[in-house]
Write a protein that binds this ligand. Structure first.
Ligand code: SF4
Length: 330
């Protein structure tokens, strides 16, 4: 699949649930939200049909997201089936890590090409502040799962969202996990979507300055790592890398390779656009694979050049408070 800007699309971010066991400040309102009913979200069979049609059109890599994907019943079984869809070469997941431990052996057997774990703090107190999660055992349980995952041969990346006045004093310690504990630690510029639109983010340049003060000059890694837009750096003595996802200040839309599918079956050619294709309705109306495939081709032809978060792509800068990141899948 190639869009009208010549970008080859081979990567699907597939959100299998809008539900989550956390309420992170930048993602989901603290008082909760109205969950989509079971009937409103794609069934396993519908997800697999969607993956099959998309794989026929050239999708090769899938990232399972949520909400928190592990809160969906039987998620690991679904993942095993998605990996078996002809054409799918790589399957990875993104998770907050809290429910990971008992599933790791089964996930390793899928096999997964990687696990991304959201980890914004190493302090139980700050974790409560960011996520509303109030059980003991954080972050020890997540760190233990990271170690276990790597012992099973699954590469692990950490995703951290630096938040002004909340976790800035921990960035050096979180980056230190790339010294020998994980394959990469990535710092993500907050995008102004949903709850995050009201929060103050940090720019990648400032994050890098903090890290360089402690670790010395970070050297840009030339080769591409993973399927995403992160720019990677190495630090002296680190076996893993440090990544920056500079959505706001630099952008990465010119090399975009991705589509998104929401839990309720809306195929989104771009994170920032309101344009969607309602796969659920198409599937439930009995549309043929050929017809659905043609609809996909049409919406891909309309994929925008870039996002409208900051105006760097010449789009009119838009307010995205009406969108829910936990439904789009990050
Ligand atoms: S904002 Fe849209 S075009 Fe840019 S990387 Fe994300 S999905 Fe691709």
């Amino acid at each position: 699949m190639v869009d009208s800007y010549g970008r080859a699309l081979d990567y699907l971010r597939l959100s299998i649930t809008d539900r989550c066991n956390l309420r992170c400040l930048y993602c989901m309102p603290k008082d909760g939200v109205e969950w989509k009913s079971h009937d409103a979200i794609l069934s396993f069979e519908e997800i697999l049909t969607s993956c099959r049609i998309l794989a026929n059109r050239g999708i090769r890599k899938i990232k399972i997201t949520g909400g928190e994907f592990l809160v969906r019943k039987d998620a690991v079984n679904l993942i095993r089936k998605i990996k078996a869809v002809p054409g799918i070469e790589e399957l990875s997941v993104t998770t907050n890590g809290l429910l990971l431990e008992p599933c790791l052996e089964e996930l390793a057997a899928v096999p997964l090409s990687g696990i991304n774990i959201s980890l914004n703090t190493l302090s139980a107190q700050t974790f409560r502040r960011i996520s509303g999660y109030d059980k003991p055992g954080y972050p020890a349980a997540v760190l233990q799962s990271i170690e276990h995952a790597r012992s099973l041969g699954i590469p692990v990346k950490i995703n951290c969202v630096p938040l002004k006045n909340i976790n800035i004093n921990e960035l050096v310690d979180i980056a230190a996990l790339a010294e020998k504990t994980v394959d990469a630690v990535r710092f993500i510029e907050l995008m102004p979507i949903g709850c995050a639109a009201k929060m103050e983010s940090m720019q990648a340049e400032d994050i890098r300055a903090i890290l360089e003060q402690h670790y010395g000059k970070l050297q840009r890694v030339k080769k591409n790592i993973g399927n995403g837009p992160a720019v990677y750096y190495s630090a002296a003595g680190f076996s893993g890398t440090i990544g920056m996802i500079n959505a706001m200040t630099e952008g990465f839309c010119e090399t975009c390779n991705r589509l998104r599918l929401t839990p309720e079956g809306l195929l989104k050619p771009c994170l920032s656009s309101d344009m969607t294709l309602d796969l659920r309705s198409l599937l439930r109306s009995g549309a043929s694979d050929e017809y659905i495939s043609k609809c996909i081709e049409e919406i891909i032809a309309r994929k925008p050049a870039g996002h409208s978060f900051s105006g760097i792509y010449g789009n009119v800068k838009k307010n995205h408070t009406d969108k829910d990141m936990f439904r789009i899948g990050g």
